[in-house]
Design a protein around this ligand. Structure first.
Ligand SMILES: [Zn+2]
Length: 140
């Protein structure tokens, strides 16, 4: 009872829950979906940006949504398949922009802005719901 005010305060601070159910999500299916969506979007955006990548990797890091190696391997978290499509799309575009500019300089963000003018809202979704999604583990 004496911890009640503290508990209430923590609850107020919690972001809206995504309502993901461990039993309802299959990681293997989500990985396939992530690969298909990421590949299709990357292929389309690659042409727009005039960049080339070597391959796409779907991973499950607890800390990372996407990354881009100097050798041109783009990695994406399979949990992006559980996020809204525009959020997944933002991460794909973000990593592809790194093939042009491998930093987070103002020039980089201008490039992202040119490709996705509403990128801030999409990143905001990740800030708000990302921790819950990264912590999520399905049953299988
Ligand atoms: Zn980045």
């Amino acid at each position: 009872m004496e911890k009640r005010p503290w508990i209430d305060e923590q609850r107020r601070r919690q972001v809206p829950r995504l309502g993901l159910e461990r039993l309802a999500v299959s990681e293997s299916e989500a990985r396939i979906a992530a690969r298909e969506l990421v590949s299709a979007l990357a292929e389309e955006e690659r042409e727009q940006l005039g960049v080339a990548y070597q391959r796409i990797r779907i991973g499950g890091q607890r800390t990372l949504w996407g990354s881009c190696s100097a050798r041109g391997t783009l990695s994406f978290n399979w949990r992006l398949a559980l996020a809204p499509l525009e959020v997944l799309d933002y991460v794909v575009v973000h990593e592809l922009c790194h093939l042009r500019l491998p930093d987070h300089s103002p020039r980089f963000w201008r490039l992202v802005e040119r490709r996705r003018p509403d990128w801030r809202q999409r990143r905001e979704w990740l800030r708000e719901h990302g921790p819950e999604l990264l912590a999520f583990s399905p049953q299988d």
